[in-house]
Design a binder for this molecule. Structure first.
Ligand code: PEP
Ligand code: MG
Length: 939
């Protein structure tokens, strides 16, 4: 018995079933499901994904598949009482692609297939409407030529435009049969001229061409790219649906439209959509005519409207999800063409999921699995006011590094950002790139834009941590620092001009676009009472359900009390990374830090560190207080020292200017002062040069620095334990963890551990207070991962620093890789940016080794992740699979991680399978009747 490649559907029964998506594709399975429930669907058949795979392998449709297609076509003719190509009452069909998951690049629908000079007469006769018949024919030639033969639409459009002009008509629907006949002749000529062959007139040849084009579209570049991005196997293939035509363009009692069972923007329960009277589906999509809102259908065709509402709500209940549907009404009779889960905004996703739990349509677990974790960001970040946004064009696009919309006046330096912010102005800081030096300006600005950099560049990391919108790697920008001007794709603006950015999309707009704070943030910051926000209530409920499900703990990367509080409000269960270097920036600290670095002797250095100690203690106190007994991981100094020092070129310029403009010799008071200044500058310059490195990210940083200069880590440990002691003394519980960065060898950690333990002992003795604490390390070098067993002997916890681990595993500079990573992903060398989502095969494998070795050497070693990946849902899923204890991410990503961690558990349990079993019965009351003399129902 040959394999079955074609499945029929229609008239209240189908050979296929809804759980056959792999074989019938999403559309085919939904059509089968509707048919089996007795919902009116025009009859037809689905050619399976297996047939597509065979076509792919053999380069042609195999004979057995063709035989089964012919057999089902004959069955369809019999059911419809019409024949393909008939001169009296022809059968016409639509041909649509339908993979398991819908994807861009797949073939567009072809309607009215089966028309030729003979059958168009038949259609004119059987419908009694020649204009309708010729209109269908001209649409068919245009669509088929474009979609199947691959011809440009423009010459066809030009023929239509000329015909309308000549006939003095506004729209195509006003052209009469004679005019349409001429258009058809002109269309056929275009096809002959461009392909060297006549337009296919044999309906069977037309059908074969369309089916082959559907199968061929599985391998378009766009489709392949999409599959790569979304981990969809190339081997799946697409199904192809051939369906009897029903006509929405048979007069005013006919219509076609699309809709949603709820509002896809807000999630509200309203029947939402649009339709066109006397039109075919392509008119709605093409936007040639302005459609009417679905609500208006009620007064125009009340019965069809009521039936549509009844059917779609049943579908929604059955699938337990908001449906996006397509329908056609032919002379008052409703037909469903498609139903599927509707795309929606983050707000709508959360609202629909929680509402559906209340309505008893889905379980809480299903609600948790239903919302895409990153969609939650849309509920947290400021947004452009949509009405205002619609007024402006996008000037340039960069990498959408930190989400949210911001609008401010352009500044080029962090100093200007601070000055303007202090004067009450909102500014957007535009830099070629940012460094830790700019942090005060980044704080002051409402948004950040950089010309270079990628997702883990400094601006991106800090932007996300601060919850500040950032667009990075916006290479279309040209900064003219001297003239304080910015060029973007031919336009020039200057300091103080308005600039708006959307870090969610990467858009830069040269105008003042109004923004709105998100409602959820207003609630968590205490500006809006929770009872006033339905979206906050839904957000909180969904995350409460996620918390009950997840195993992974979720912590925050936070360096300040304010960040920590925000993190806590968003559900953080501790701090997984406080980057202490961020605490040394700012006008009050930087000079002290520089003094420490420039010191030539240990006593000099200790003197400078003494000044930093109380400031650092205050920082830690704020973190401990905010977290009130939750774990707080404080990392000792990590970046290379040059990041805290002036730029050597700028210093040299300053020295030369001083020499040229001031008298630095002689005995006068002024000359003496100038000479002293020059000497100081030259000494700094010399020290800066001696500290400069060719490759600082792989140079003297992390523990390599604090091993050679232990005074630094001593000061940091002292500040930490003194802050902890103070908390304990005042009744605030603490759970401190001190983390050593960039360890590559167990010996490094052993040395640093000794220092920390010694200082801890001293503080405890002096204060008479016992402090329980942990010492651990980051695993951010391949060697650390490979020797994790030895390292675990000195570490109570590990935290994967996947930013550096990705950088060092690939040998990609995290600051420079933006230049080529985009191409790598485009060309399919890498499935996605490894700085965004963990590279499972390489970096992930190192993590797996480290977890295994670490746990073998020390049972119960706590393991987490604090690289940017800790807030990426796919990476969170991977961390769950690896059995980590926690993930740590920037405050605004915490809800994302909470939800992703819960989904990881549900995927493990196979909750999607449960859904299929729990389906509500869809059986529809009214058995459908079809246009024509329907026979041979298989029901
Ligand atoms: C990391 O490398 O992943 C990390 C968290 O440290 P940083 O980004 O500060 O280097
Ligand atoms: Mg690191």
């Amino acid at each position: 018995m040959p394999r079955k490649y074609v499945y029929s559907f229609g008239e209240g029964a189908a050979e296929g079933r809804d759980d056959m998506k792999d074989l019938l594709g999403g559309k085919g399975a939904a059509l089968a499901e509707m048919c089996n429930a007795g919902i009116p669907v025009p009859p037809g058949f689905t050619i399976t994904t297996h047939a597509c795979t065979l076509h792919r392998d053999l380069g042609t449709v195999p004979a057995e598949v063709s035989r089964q297609i012919d057999e089902h076509l004959a069955l369809l003719e019999e059911r419809m009482g019409r024949k393909f190509g008939d001169a009296n009452e022809p059968l016409l069909v639509s041909v649509r692609s339908g993979a398991k998951v819908s994807m861009p690049g797949m073939m567009d629908t072809v309607l009215n297939l089966g028309l030729n000079p003979k059958s168009v007469q038949g259609l004119a006769k059987s419908s009694g409407d020649p204009r309708f018949a010729y209109d269908a024919y001209r649409r068919f030639i245009m669509m088929y030529s474009n979609v199947v033969l691959g011809l440009d639409r423009a010459p066809f459009e030009a023929v239509l435009t000329t015909a309308r002009r000549k006939a003095r008509r506004q729209s195509d629907s006003q052209l009469d049969a004679k005019q349409l006949e001429k258009i058809i002749a002109a269309f056929e000529k275009i096809v002959r001229d461009q392909t060297g062959k006549p337009f296919p007139r044999d309906p069977h040849a037309q059908l074969r061409g369309a089916i082959e084009a559907v199968f061929g579209s599985w391998d378009t570049e766009r489709a392949k790219h999409y599959r790569k991005l979304h981990d969809i196997s190339d081997a799946l293939g697409t199904a192809c649906n051939v369906q009897a035509m029903v006509f929405g363009n048979r007069g005013d009692r006919s219509a076609t439209g699309v809709g949603f069972t709820r509002n896809p923007a807000t999630g509200e329960r309203e029947f939402y959509g649009e339709f066109l009277q006397n039109a075919q589906g392509e008119d709605v999509v093409a936007g040639i005519r302005t459609p009417l809102l679905l609500a208006e259908l009620e007064s125009i065709l009340p019965e069809a409207y009521a039936e549509l509402q009844d059917i779609t709500l049943r579908l929604e209940r059955h699938y337990g999800d908001m449906q996006d549907f397509e329908f056609t009404i032919e002379e008052g009779k409703l037909f469903m063409l498609q139903t599927r889960a509707g795309k929606r905004t983050g707000i709508a996703a959360v609202r629909v999921a929680t509402d559906m739990v209340d309505e008893g349509l889905i379980t809480r677990e299903e609600a948790v699995i239903r919302v895409e974790p990153v969609q939650l960001l849309q509920l947290l970040h400021p947004v452009f006011d949509p009405a205002d946004r619609a007024k402006y064009e996008v000037a340039a696009r960069g990498i959408n590094a930190s989400p949210g919309a911001a609008c401010g006046q352009l500044v080029f330096t962090p100093e200007d950002a601070v000055t303007e912010a202090e004067a009450g102005n909102k500014v957007v800081l535009v830099r070629h790139e940012t460094s830790p030096d700019d942090i005060h300006g980044m704080h002051a600005a409402v948004g950040l834009v950089t010309v270079t950099g990628g997702m883990t560049s400094h601006a991106a990391v800090v932007g996300r941590q601060m919850g500040k919108p950032a667009v990075v790697g916006c290479e279309a920008l040209r900064i003219d620092t001297a003239r304080e001007r910015l060029q973007i794709n031919g336009q020039t603006i200057g300091r103080g001009d308005w600039l708006s950015i959307d870090g969610t999309t990467g858009e830069v707009i040269l105008a003042q676009v109004a923004t709105m704070p998100s409602e959820v943030v207003q609630v968590v910051t205490g500006k809006l009472h929770p009872s006033k926000s339905t979206i906050f209530a839904a957000f909180e409920r969904l995350l409460d359900w996620a918390d009950l499900t997840r195993r992974l703990r979720v912590r925050a990367n936070a360096d300040t009390g304010a960040d920590a509080q925000m993190a806590l409000a968003l559900g953080a269960e501790g701090i997984g990374l406080a980057r202490t270097e961020h605490m040394f920036f700012g006008a009050d600290r930087m000079p002290k830090m520089q003094q420490m670095i420039l010191a030539r002797t240990e006593p000099e250095r200790r003197k400078a560190l003494k000044k930093l100690l109380p400031l650092q203690r205050r920082d830690f106190l704020a973190l401990f207080k905010a977290m009130n007994g939750l774990p707080v991981t404080i990392r000792t100094l990590d970046p290379p020292l040059h990041e805290f020092l002036p730029n050597p070129t700028e210093l040299k310029v300053e020295i030369e200017v001083l020499k040229a403009t001031t008298k630095t010799t002689g005995k006068g008071k002024q000359a003496k002062a100038a000479a002293a200044e020059l000497e100081a500058l030259e000494s700094v310059y010399e020290r800066v040069l001696s500290l400069s490195e060719i490759n600082p990210m792989l140079g003297w940083r992390g523990c390599r620095l604090t091993i050679l200069v232990p005074e630094i880590i001593e000061m940091q440990a002292q500040a930490l334990f003194e802050a902890a002691a103070k908390c304990i003394a005042t009744g605030v519980p603490v759970d401190p963890e001190i983390m050593i960065p960039l360890v590559g060898d167990a010996g490094e950690l052993a040395l640093q551990r000794e220092v920390v333990q010694r200082v801890a002992g001293e503080v405890m003795r002096k204060r008479g207070i016992h402090i329980t604490y942990k010492i651990g390390t980051m695993i951010e070098l391949p060697r650390a991962a490979l020797t994790a067993d030895a390292i675990a002997e000195h570490a109570e916890f590990f935290s994967f620093g996947t930013n550096d681990l990705t950088q060092t595993t690939f040998g990609f500079s995290r600051d420079d890789a933006g230049k080529f990573l985009g191409h790598y992903v485009d060309q399919g060398i890498l499935p996605r940016n490894p700085f965004v989502s963990i590279d499972r095969e390489g970096v992930g494998e190192l993590m797996r080794i480290a977890v295994g070795k670490g746990r073998t050497a020390r049972q119960g070693v706590k393991i987490g992740i604090c690289g940017e990946h800790g807030g990426d849902p796919q990476s969170v899923g991977f961390c769950h699979d690896l059995g980590l204890d926690y993930v740590s991410c920037s405050p605004y990503r915490i809800p994302v991680a909470r939800l992703a961690a819960a989904q990881a558990v549900l995927h493990e349990r196979g909750v999607e399978e449960l859904r299929t079993r729990a389906r509500k019965n869809l059986r529809y009351k009214t058995p459908p009747t079809y246009h024509g003399t329907a026979r041979g129902s298989t029901d």
